[in-house]
Design a protein around this ligand. Structure first.
Ligand code: HGY
Ligand code: MN
Ligand code: MN
Length: 427
C-alpha cells in the first residue's frame, strides 16, 4: 500500500453532504424526521445510492433494506471485508447528525481512497443499516438481520396499533418480508466493523476532548406494558363508575424512574411512549399501552428493575408485560480500541476512552465481529432533538480518525487483529 501518512479526507465535501442529507425529512420545527421505511427514509436511501454510485462503489440493497456500497480492492490479499457505517433513519423530529455522520463519513473515506488511488488489501463495505431507531418495534433491525439476531417473527410485531409492522413496510416498498433472512451474513466474512457517531452526551465537550474511543455499549431492556380499562362516555360516566386505563397506569410513570434511581444512580429508565385506545378526548381510555426501557452497563441492574415492574403488573388484573428485547452491554474489541487510539494520537486530537450510553448498530455487529466505535462531541450533549448540533471540525476530525484507523488496520492490522468477537458482558 502506498504511503498514506498525509492522506486527508475532504471536510468541506463531507459537511456539504451532511447539510444536503439533513434537508431530507427536515421539519418546519427544524428537526429531521426520517423514521425507518417512511418516504423520507426511502428518499435518503436513494440519495445515498446515488452518492455511492458516483463514488464508484458497487451498490446493493439487501432484504432488510440495508444499503451496502463496496469499494473493491484491485488485488485483495484476503477474503475478509473491512466494513464501516451507521444508519440514516432518525427518531421523529430528531437531529441531522445521529447516524448520518457515520454513514456519510464512511462514504467520504471511500471517496478519498479512490481519488488518491490507495489500494486496500481488502474490499471496503460502506453500510447504512435500516431501522436503527426502533420505528416499528425493536431497534437495530437491519444490523441484527445481518448478524442473524432477529427474534422469530419480530418483524411482524408493532409497538402500537397505529404503526405498521416492519414487514408491512417492507411490502410497501416492494420487498418480500419472507426473504429477510437472506440479509444474514456470515460474521467471519468481516475483518472488522467501525462506526463513527456523535457522542449524544456531554463528556467530550465538557472535558475539551475531540475524540471518544468507545469501550462498551450500554445494555437496553425494553417492554410494552398493556393496562386494561373500560371505554366509556367522558360526559355521562360518573367518576365513581369509571375504569380509566390511564389513571390505572399512571403510578408506574413515577415508580419506574424511582426504582431505577434507587437501584443505581448510573442506570437510566424511560417511559418515552404512551398510547391510549381509542385515544379520543371524549372517551374514557379503554386501554393504555406504554413502552418502558431500562439501560445499564450492568445486566443485574436491569434485571432487578424488570422484576419490580413485572411484580407490580402481576398484582393487577389484566396487565400484560411484553418483552420487546433484552440486550446486554457489550465490550468493544480491544485491538480495535488500540488502533483508534493510535489514529487519534497520530492525527493529534485529544481523546479519551469512554462507554456509550446510547445503543448503536455497532452493538449488533460486536456480537460476532471485531468492532470499534469513534465518538465526536455534540453541542451540550443534546441528541434526538432538533437542537442536535456538531461543528464542521467535529465531522472532519471524526472522519479523519476513521480513515486513519482503516489505513493502519490495512497496513498492519490484518495479522494482529485477533478476530475474536467482542465479549458480551453479563450474558
Ligand atoms: O436509543 C438509542 O440509544 C439509539 O439512539 N437508537
Ligand atoms: Mn439515535
Ligand atoms: Mn444513532
Amino acid at each position: 500500500m502506498k504511503n498514506t501518512n498525509k492522506l486527508n479526507i475532504n471536510g468541506k465535501r463531507l459537511w456539504s453532504d451532511l447539510m444536503e442529507l439533513g434537508r431530507i425529512g427536515q421539519q418546519t420545527t427544524g428537526g429531521v424526521t426520517r423514521t425507518a421505511l417512511s418516504a423520507a427514509d426511502q428518499q435518503a436511501r436513494q440519495w445515498l445510492l446515488e452518492k455511492m454510485k458516483a463514488a464508484g462503489l458497487i451498490v446493493n440493497v439487501d432484504a432488510a433494506m440495508n444499503v451496502i456500497g463496496t469499494l473493491e480492492a484491485d488485488e485483495p490479499q484476503t477474503e475478509k471485508i473491512a466494513a464501516m457505517g451507521s444508519h440514516l433513519d432518525t427518531v421523529p423530529s430528531g437531529g441531522m447528525f445521529d447516524g448520518a455522520l457515520g454513514v456519510v463519513a464512511a462514504l467520504e473515506c471511500a471517496r478519498t481512497l479512490r481519488e488518491n488511488r490507495v489500494n486496500l488489501p481488502w474490499n471496503l463495505e460502506i453500510i447504512s443499516f435500516c431501522d436503527e431507531e426502533a420505528a416499528h418495534h425493536a431497534g437495530t433491525v437491519g444490523s441484527r438481520a445481518m448478524m442473524g439476531l432477529l427474534q422469530e417473527g419480530e418483524i411482524h410485531h408493532t409497538k402500537n396499533k397505529r404503526t405498521p409492522t416492519f414487514a408491512q413496510n417492507l411490502e410497501h416498498w416492494g420487498r418480500d418480508p419472507a426473504q429477510i433472512d437472506t440479509a444474514r451474513r456470515r460474521p467471519e466474512e468481516f475483518a472488522f466493523f467501525l462506526e463513527l457517531h456523535i457522542e449524544q452526551g456531554r463528556r467530550l465537550e465538557a472535558e475539551n476532548l475531540r475524540i471518544g474511543v468507545v469501550t462498551a455499549i450500554v445494555g437496553i431492556y425494553r417492554y410494552i406494558v398493556s393496562v386494561p380499562g373500560e371505554p366509556a362516555h367522558a360526559g355521562t360516566t360518573p367518576m365513581s363508575l369509571r375504569k380509566d386505563a390511564l389513571v390505572e397506569a399512571a403510578p408506574v410513570f413515577t415508580l419506574l424512574p424511582q426504582w431505577v434511581r434507587e437501584r443505581n444512580p448510573e442506570m437510566v429508565g424511560t417511559i418515552g411512549q404512551v398510547s391510549l385506545e381509542p385515544g379520543a378526548s371524549n372517551v374514557v381510555p379503554g386501554e393504555c399501552r406504554f413502552v418502558g426501557e431500562l439501560r445499564s452497563q450492568i445486566a443485574e441492574d436491569m434485571q432487578a428493575v424488570r422484576e419490580q415492574l413485572k411484580a407490580y403488573a402481576a398484582q393487577r388484573e389484566g396487565w400484560r408485560v411484553e418483552t420487546i428485547y433484552e440486550k446486554n452491554s457489550v465490550q468493544l474489541t480491544a485491538p480495535l480500541i488500540d488502533y483508534i487510539i493510535d489514529a487519534a494520537k497520530s492525527e493529534g486530537f485529544p481523546w479519551t476512552r469512554m462507554p456509550s450510553g446510547a445503543g448503536h448498530d455497532a452493538q449488533s455487529m460486536a456480537a460476532f465481529v471485531p468492532t470499534g466505535m469513534i465518538f465526536v462531541p455534540c453541542r451540550n450533549g443534546v441528541s434526538h432533538s432538533p437542537a442536535e448540533l456538531i461543528e464542521e471540525d467535529n465531522a472532519t476530525e471524526g472522519c479523519q480518525v476513521l480513515l486513519r484507523t482503516l489505513l493502519q488496520l490495512s497496513a498492519r492490522g490484518r495479522e494482529s487483529l485477533c478476530v475474536s468477537p467482542a465479549v458480551p458482558r453479563h450474558q
